[in-house]
Write a protein of this length. Structure first.
Length: 318
């Protein structure tokens, strides 16, 4: 008596998601009739031809056959038209499985940060550092042709390289397309700013409005003017909230405080007025915030105090 195999199990076998019990069923089915080897190869051909998601998927059916079944002698028999009809029905079921699998809607998860930044590793190994008061929408698993996520706020991206599946970030009506690189996106209002740390980034509003950015470049999409303009990165601390490396060169103290507050998600306050004459030249690398502020206070001869989780820099009184 002929033994049939569940087409869904075969589909999982080709998709490399079959469990141990399902692999055992395939092995028993192959051992039951040597003609099943030919049928398995027919299934594999339609799977390879139909499954567009796995472009480089070229399974070695002969090797797989030997692995699950050992040595089998193939006997020549007359055509079994009932078996052919069953095979065609199986191919149709496999094709249906492929279509459903490749066209399932992608559901998105959400990550929101408050005052502190958050780090998220995505399904492809890419890393996202979400700055304060920002949100990220991302799929649990990426689709067959692209890796697409959505950003509101600011984030630093370190993208795993995959030439066959571009990484796309949607931000305020723009798209940032990459294959593998690291960069920062600021999209806290209707404008969008992209700053590239490594690699190459395509920044797109429309087919006519797009720029290619290299390491050290940045571009701003101006929503009012509806333009994208690129230039070398001016703010050397644009990545500091991620890298915790801060560089100041004759920088006004007011600006220093603003950058440190952003980088450490802290609350540093300048007590008093007339700070325009206070400038700082220094570099902090992975420095504890309190230690950095003590260095600033000592360098500029200021007084540092703590109050209600805030740091207060004040001028010394004689």
């Amino acid at each position: 008596m002929k033994r049939a195999i569940d087409d869904y199990i075969l589909a999982k076998y080709f998709d490399e998601t079959a469990n141990t019990d399902e692999l055992a069923q395939i092995s028993e089915w192959l051992e039951h009739d040597s003609e099943n080897e030919t049928l398995l190869k027919s299934y594999q051909k339609i799977w390879t031809a139909s499954n567009k998601e796995v472009k480089d998927f070229q399974p070695d059916v002969d090797a797989a056959w030997k692995k699950v079944n050992g040595k089998i002698l193939v006997k020549k028999k007359k055509p079994n038209y009932l078996r052919i009809a069953a095979g065609l029905a199986g191919l149709l079921l496999l094709s249906t499985y492929i279509f459903i699998k490749n066209n399932q809607p992608i559901s998105y998860l959400s990550l929101k940060s408050e005052k502190a930044s958050q780090v998220k590793t995505l399904a492809d190994g890419s890393s996202v550092t979400l700055n304060s008061f920002s949100s990220l929408e991302y799929p649990e698993t990426f689709g067959k042709d692209e890796r697409r996520i959505k950003l509101i706020g600011e984030a630093f991206f370190d993208i795993s390289k995959n030439p066959d599946k571009p990484f796309i970030i949607e931000a305020n009506g723009t798209e940032i397309r990459v294959l593998g690189t690291s960069f920062n996106i600021s999209a806290r209002d209707q404008n969008v700013k992209v700053s590239v740390n490594t690699g190459t980034v395509e920044f797109v509003k429309t087919k006519e409005k797009k720029v290619i950015l290299q390491k050290g470049d940045e571009a701003l999409y101006d929503s009012v003017k509806d333009t994208i303009k690129s230039a070398p990165i001016v703010d050397r601390n644009i990545f500091a909230y991620k890298t915790k490396v801060f560089e100041f060169n004759d920088t006004h103290l007011v600006e220093v405080v603003r950058i440190l507050n952003k980088g450490y998600q802290s609350d540093i306050i300048l007590d008093g007025q007339n700070w325009s004459e206070y400038v700082l030249t220094t570099r902090f690398e992975n420095e504890n915030l309190s230690d950095a502020l003590n260095i600033i206070a000592e360098t500029l001869e200021l007084q540092l105090n703590n109050r209600d989780k805030s740091y207060i820099l004040a001028k010394k009184t004689e």
